[in-house]
Design a protein around this ligand. Structure first.
Ligand SMILES: Nc1ncnc2c1ncn2[C@@H]1O[C@H](COP(=O)(O)OP(=O)(O)OP(=O)(O)O)[C@@H](O)[C@H]1O
Length: 524
């Protein structure tokens, strides 16, 4: 079994940090507890055991290495079912790892492009600008003099990831089968999510395509800049982009030194997020501070720069509607409306009791609204909405979970820049504008125009569709008629049966009466 050494490593780390104790007491397996307790004896009394459970999980993932760190980072976004302390601890996982130098960057370029690297580049830095679990980034200058960065995947990373995913799937099956309440943790779903995201990150062409679309969406925008991709020299495992020179958004001292209006910067962040979600339906979903920079050229109206578009979210019309209408209702503390929307739109089963849903929403939201505005988290409210809807059997779409995670990031970032950021004030007019716009003739006309080509395409099929529908109607009518006939026949049969039962009863009664009369006659 080729996975054995890796599996043993996972088991020993689980024993060292007693990960079984992360489960609530009611969901613990005694057998697993005994096994890990025995294997973990060498670490009894070790300082790590005194850490809170959430920190033990974080330390365990760090010990298991970059792929598991990435897994933990993704897991941290599942606030819809993870306890708060665990998602917080996982969010602070850092995957800064030493860079690789074999094969060298020149060799990688030549292997990808099939020609001498100097044909395209004047200079390429051999030591990386940054390195993480999956890729590393090198600064370079093109022969044209343009400054670029080259992002390349780590050697054999795909193979390592696939092996680890295989193992994690196996562990997920064990958890589902043998751990009490293990299914509730949805381990298979979590691994499938991870697989989707991480394998997506292995395709740098797709990251480049995302960056190109985001750049087009914000073409000439004063709010956001996205670096250009050099497609002619980019490949699936090597992405060349324009090098940007901005201030990292987390470097608040430098932003202040450039007189950047931090309040405005925080508000612009929210505006960009809502523009992406509601206007473009295409949002950057990896908004951690390492991926966001600020161009301080115009400090009163600074511009953001976003890199690393590997993870992108997109909302369907339904998702957009769900989000906008519910957020507006929550803003107004109209929990009845939230509940009614869920039933009306079919997001929860039709037999859901609106009053119960309303009460559940009120119970979770009211304590939140009691806090000062600066402490109210929009993302957390969404977590509560999804949790409540989940309790009433709504399956929350992964795109909405990704959005909620991004919102938490945007919010966290905004509040770091400007702690009094009133997200509601920035977002509310935006949502209302969006809602109104949907009712305006220009929007309806635009919607109509997008559907017209489909209708034109369908037009030649219209007579056939009408005939099919008439035939269908006729079939339905004859089925209906046949059912009526069968029902009438069954009714007649029942009536006949009842009449015959009645006749038998009368005959039996008459016979008994006759027998009693005869008996009486004999006796007298
Ligand atoms: N276009 C760019 N211009 C300047 N620096 C860049 C550019 N792209 C990336 N970098 C630098 O490289 C770092 C890592 O880039 P990127 O986030 O794309 O890689 P990653 O492997 O996905 O990292 P992580 O997993 O930490 O997000 C960035 O934080 C930034 O410092």
């Amino acid at each position: 079994m080729k996975h054995l050494p890796r599996l043993l490593k996972i088991i020993s780390v689980a024993a060292k940090y007693r990960l079984d104790k992360l489960a609530p007491a009611s969901g613990r397996s005694r057998l697993l507890g005994m096994v890990l307790g025995t294997l973990g004896l060498p670490w009894t009394g070790n300082a790590v055991r005194k850490l809170p459970p959430a920190d033990r999980l974080r330390a365990a993932l760090e010990e298991l290495g970059p792929i598991y760190i990435k897994f933990g980072q993704l897991l941290s976004t599942r606030r819809d079912f993870l306890p708060h302390d665990i998602s917080e601890a996982l969010q602070s996982l850092q995957d800064k790892v030493p860079g690789f130098s074999k094969p060298g960057i020149h060799e990688i370029i030549e292997a990808n492009l099939g020609i001498d690297w100097q044909q395209y580049f004047q200079h390429v830095d051999t030591s990386p600008l940054a390195s993480a679990s999956i890729a590393q980034v090198h600064a370079a200058t093109l022969t044209s003099g343009e400054e670029v960065v080259i992002k390349v995947l780590r050697p054999n990373i795909e193979q390592t990831i696939r092996q680890d995913i295989h193992l994690l799937k196996w562990v997920a099956t064990i958890i589902e089968r043998y751990i009490p309440n293990g299914k509730r943790l949805r381990p298979k779903e979590v691994i499938a999510d991870y697989e989707h995201v991480i394998l997506g990150e292995l395709n740098l062409t797709s990251e480049g395509a995302n960056a190109s679309l985001l750049r087009r969406n914000f073409d000439n925008s004063l709010l956001l800049y996205v670096p250009k991709v050099y497609w002619d020299i980019s490949r699936e495992t090597m992405l060349v982009s324009e090098r940007i020179q901005g201030i990292p958004v987390s470097d608040i001292d430098t932003l202040r030194a450039h007189n950047v209006d931090l309040k405005r910067l925080a508000e612009i962040g929210v505006e960009i997020f809502f523009t992406q979600v509601f206007d473009h339906s295409f949002f950057h979903a990896d908004m951690h501070p390492g991926n966001i920079f600020v161009d301080p050229e115009n400090p009163t109206s600074p511009r953001y720069i976003a890199i690393d578009c590997a993870i992108i979210g997109s909302l369907s019309n339904d998702d957009q509607q769900y989000l906008a209408r519910n957020l507006l209702a929550i803003f107004k503390r109209d929990y009845r409306k939230v509940a009614e929307l869920h039933v009306e739109c079919g997001w929860v089963p039709p037999d859901t009791r609106v009053v119960e849903f309303e009460a559940a929403m009120r119970t979770v939201c009211e304590p939140i609204f009691e806090r000062p505005l600066r402490d109210i988290s929009f993302g957390y409210l969404l977590v509560q909405l999804f949790r409540t809807a989940g309790r009433f059997n709504m399956e929350v779409q992964p795109s909405l979970v990704l959005l909620q995670k991004t919102l938490l990031n945007v919010e966290g970032l905004g509040r770091q820049l400007y702690p009094d950021l009133d997200l509601w004030q920035t977002a509310l007019p935006f949502l209302e504008r969006w809602n109104k716009r949907r009712m305006q003739p220009s929007y309806l006309w635009k919607e109509l125009k997008t559907h017209v080509p489909d209708w034109i395409e369908q037009f030649p099929h219209l007579p056939q569709l009408v005939l099919d529908s008439m035939q269908h109607q006729q079939n339905l009518q004859s089925i209906h008629q046949r059912m009526q006939e069968q029902l009438a026949m069954q009714q007649q049969a029942i009536e006949r049966q009842q009449a015959s039962t009645k006749r038998w009863r009368v005959a039996a009664l008459l016979s008994i009466t006759a027998a009693v009369a005869i008996w009486y006659f004999i006796l007298n």
